[in-house]
Design a protein around this ligand. Structure first.
Ligand SMILES: [Zn+2]
Ligand SMILES: [Zn+2]
Length: 147
């Protein structure tokens, strides 16, 4: 499965079995997307390879460690490494085809925007569930670090 940013400058490919995705409704994810939530999943390091445009990637990290990587030409959010460089975080809206992907969980439902109407699909958590619970729910490899 391939993904690319809005301008097409940054391109990557995903391989192997992909987990279910989650949406995070926290205030940081609202800012970084300009929308109600992020939609993403975490995959193994070996599952992502860059095809083009790595030189276009710009990186922002807040004082608290919240990371945003984005295309310097079009502003699309881009995959970045999770804490400890143990996994890729991938915004799934970049994928060219979403066939077979399922929405497994909604995180930080308790702090969603007042106008955010959340779909029934996927389990709802008021905050962040513990790492094992989430990994099991999303069928992610158990050894992935959840930060
Ligand atoms: Zn771009
Ligand atoms: Zn969030």
């Amino acid at each position: 499965m391939q993904g690319k940013c809005l301008c097409g400058g940054v391109q990557f490919a995903l391989s192997g079995e992909l987990p279910d995705l989650y949406q995070c409704h926290c205030s940081l994810c609202r800012k970084v997307t300009g929308s109600s939530a992020n939609a993403a999943f975490r995959i193994d390091l070996s599952q992502l390879s860059w095809i083009a445009g790595e030189e276009l990637v710009r990186k922002y990290e807040s004082d608290t460690g919240f990371k945003s990587h984005f295309c310097s030409r079009c502003g699309s959010p881009l995959p970045n490494l999770t804490a400890n460089d143990s996994a890729w975080w991938v915004p799934v809206g970049l994928l060219e085809a979403g066939n077979g992907l399922r929405l497994g969980a909604h995180l930080f439902v308790g702090s969603r925007a007042p106008w955010d109407v959340i779909a029934d699909a996927g389990e709802h958590f008021d905050e962040m569930p513990d790492a094992d619970t989430l990994a099991k729910l999303l069928r992610q490899p158990a050894d992935l670090d959840q930060d």
